[in-house]
Write a protein that binds this ligand. Structure first.
Ligand SMILES: [Zn+2]
Ligand SMILES: [Zn+2]
Length: 378
């Protein structure tokens, strides 16, 4: 069944020793890739050869994958990484320059689900963290450190699960395939039953002396302090994604992501609408009628003085430019809108009452004889 069984040893593919340096491996790949690239080599098996060479190099040029391959062989690599994972960040080599434009056509079908080996461990789970910010913090942005506990590759055994100094060995019961064959003869037929190997639980490798720190699981649960960069102007409900900061995959696949969801606490005095802020300002009726200045709260406990023109009505909105939220990933800031509310006095002194009555009397007189009052005020 397994393609892994037919696979040649990666070192053999690149004709290097097991102790080859990264540079020697690169040199070997370079020579072979140039020789076997299907654009240069018309041999019918050139594409297959080139793929084999590229895959060997993709694994051996990545320290984590090379280590996994050294320790657990093809079975261990295919258990941890899909073909897609192996080539995900792989650089085919700058030495191709623009000459080989069509690498996609060679590797295209590698990326279809068809070639993903069965039994490949999925990516680690994504973690979610709810980060609460005040509106001022959202405006300022900057670095925040968050504390999470998450599973991580065990440090003692580098995730292999084997006691330091030992290595997982290929399971002898299934010879690394993870499957057991039972062959029975029924009448004239041979019946082959495949079952998951009980000794290694289908992993194909067996840990004889488990790592004490992780009890052989290759994973430990640790507290982490993670720096999160908050862009100024971030809004409620936005999600920041930190790739690779999620859970480690139990089988050693690539780690999940950490998703930080932003919650912005309501501000006691300011309301937000996108980049703009809204504040209410209460003024007394004479201030609205005669004009005045009001003090309006804005971000970071600052305040701005806003002029209210004579004759301002309740509900009038005044704009203060550039006193809103910073524009996310952009220059400048939104505006602050001040909504004027006219407060009706409720606890008048006798003198105030007297003056207001006088005012009302004059107002009634003016309505009876508009032309006289207009000339009087002019
Ligand atoms: Zn361990
Ligand atoms: Zn086994």
């Amino acid at each position: 069944m397994s393609a892994a069984q037919q696979k040649r040893d990666y070192y053999e593919v690149l004709s290097t020793g097991r102790d080859a340096t990264a540079e020697q491996i690169k040199q070997a790949y370079r020579q072979l890739a140039l020789k076997w690239h299907p654009d240069r080599n018309r041999a019918p098996d050139a594409t297959d050869k080139f793929r084999e060479i590229a895959e060997a190099y993709a694994v051996l040029s990545d320290p984590a994958k090379r280590q996994a391959y050294d320790v657990t062989g093809h079975a261990g690599v295919s258990e941890r990484w899909s073909t897609e994972d192996i080539f995900r960040d792989f650089d085919f080599g700058d030495f191709f320059g623009g000459r080989f434009a069509d690498l996609g056509s060679i590797f295209g079908d590698l990326f279809s689900g068809r070639t993903r080996p069965s039994g490949v461990k999925p990516q680690g789970a994504n973690l979610r963290y709810d980060l609460r910010l005040t509106l001022d913090e959202a405006a300022r942005g900057g670095e925040r450190v968050i504390h999470i506990s998450r599973s991580d590759r065990c440090k003692s055994c580098a995730g292999s699960g084997a006691k330091p100094g030992t290595k997982p060995v290929t399971c002898t019961d299934c010879r690394g395939t993870g499957e057991r064959q039972q062959v029975r003869s029924e009448k004239s037929m041979r019946v082959i039953t495949l079952t998951t190997c009980a000794r290694c639980n289908g992993r194909g490798i067996f840990i004889e002396s488990p790592c004490a720190a992780c009890k052989g699981g290759g994973v430990e649960f640790l507290p982490h302090a993670i720096k999160v960069q908050i862009p100024p102007g971030i809004d409620h409900g936005m999600l920041l994604r930190l790739p690779g900061q999620g859970e480690t995959a139990p089988g050693g696949g690539s780690a999940g992501d950490l998703l930080v969801r932003i919650y912005i606490q309501p501000h006691p005095l300011l309301k937000r609408d996108g980049d703009d802020l809204y504040a209410a300002a209460q003024i007394a009726f004479p201030e609205a009628a005669l004009g005045s200045k009001v003090t309006v709260p804005c971000l970071d406990r600052e305040a701005v003085r806003v002029s209210v023109a004579p004759g301002t009505q309740s509900g009038t909105t005044l704009r203060v430019r550039g006193k809103g939220m910073p524009r996310l990933h952009d220059q400048g800031k939104g505006d602050l809108f001040v909504v004027i509310e006219i407060k009706t006095p409720t606890d008048l002194t006798p003198r105030q009452r007297e003056l207001l009555k006088e005012f009302a009397r004059l107002e009634a007189e003016r309505k009876k004889n508009p032309s006289a009052s207009r000339s009087a005020t002019a």
